[in-house]
Ligand binder design. Structure first.
Ligand code: FPP
Length: 273
């Protein structure tokens, strides 16, 4: 299993916020007729298909995750440069603990390595890093890196990057309920005071404040399901599915998803007449 899996292988100010006039929209957006003013504010992605990408090339699964890591770096840069405000990516689910231990360990190490590798760039370019999910299930070394990244990028706000790691949508709702239950138990809250906004304020995504619900959820690799991602937060998200495997998700694919988003009519249960 091991050999089949393993690969061959100062805080700075967020200058973007203090820029003068708004920069012109990036060329790629203009060329595709994408309106910058109606981009999704929050994009969420189920990064699926690394294993199949590797398998199709006769490579070990780990190589697929490495290529997936490069696709993630690309997607973060594009999101930042296009003016998307929040990007939440499903990097590891609670259910993914059911994968072979060697793969679990590899993905955890990859996430840590990617945060470390990109941290200076994120600090410099206004990306704020959040890692959401059950911290008690993360390896201690990853947890240390997470704390450091969240602290070093804590003053940034150009793009919120939330890495959903050891995350599950149902877990998120349960942990939010527990927090509220404790407040009720302590007498700080009455059950009838609990409403949607109080519960939403306890969800892991509340770290991105008013941006906590994705406008657009993208899933790669041809699967058309949520797999326990942002179950509460995606109630009114637009869903976009592509057959592209995650490592192949490039600028062109991202632009196609944005174009599709801009062709949708969002009604939120009301009538637009
Ligand atoms: C959900 O489908 C997909 C995910 C939780 C993403 C998993 C991705 C990785 C483990 C690789 C992470 C990549 C990087 C670059 C850090 P699923 O396969 O968990 O669920 P399903 O069985 O319903 O398809």
């Amino acid at each position: 299993m091991l050999s089949r899996f393993l690969s061959v292988t100062a805080r700075l100010p967020d200058r973007s916020l203090h820029a003068g006039a708004a920069p012109p929209p990036p060329h790629a957006l203009v060329k595709r007729g994408i309106r910058r003013e109606s981009l999704p504010r929050h994009v969420a992605v189920v990064m699926d298909g690394n294993g199949r990408w590797a398998q199709a090339r006769g490579l070990p699964t780990a190589e697929g995750h490495e290529a997936g890591g490069r696709a993630l770096e690309r997607t973060v840069r594009l999101s930042r440069d296009w003016g998307i405000r929040a990007l939440t990516v499903f990097a590891f689910s609670q259910e993914n603990f059911g994968r072979p231990q060697v793969e679990v360990d590899y993905v955890m190490a990859l996430i840590q390595r990617m945060i470390r590798k990109n941290l200076d760039e994120y600090v410099r370019t206004g990306v704020r890093v959040h890692v959401i999910g059950d911290p008690s299930r993360r390896p201690a070394s990853l947890q240390g890196t997470v704390r450091e990244a969240e602290e070093m990028t804590g003053n940034n706000s150009r793009l919120h990057l939330a890495l959903a790691t050891c995350y599950g949508g149902r877990w998120d709702i349960v942990q939010a309920c527990r927090q509220l239950a404790r407040q009720v138990e302590g007498g700080a809250l009455k059950p009838d005071d609990i409403d949607e906004s109080l519960l939403a304020g306890k969800l892991a995504t509340s770290v991105v404040g008013e941006l906590s619900c994705p406008d657009l959820v993208i899933r790669t690799s041809g699967e058309q399901r949520m797999s326990n991602f942002l179950m509460w937060q995606s109630a009114y998200s637009e869903l976009y599915f592509t057959d592209a495997l995650w490592p192949d998700f490039d600028e062109d694919e991202y632009l196609r998803a944005l174009k599709s988003f801009q062709g949708r009519e969002r009604r939120f249960g009301t009538r637009n007449v």
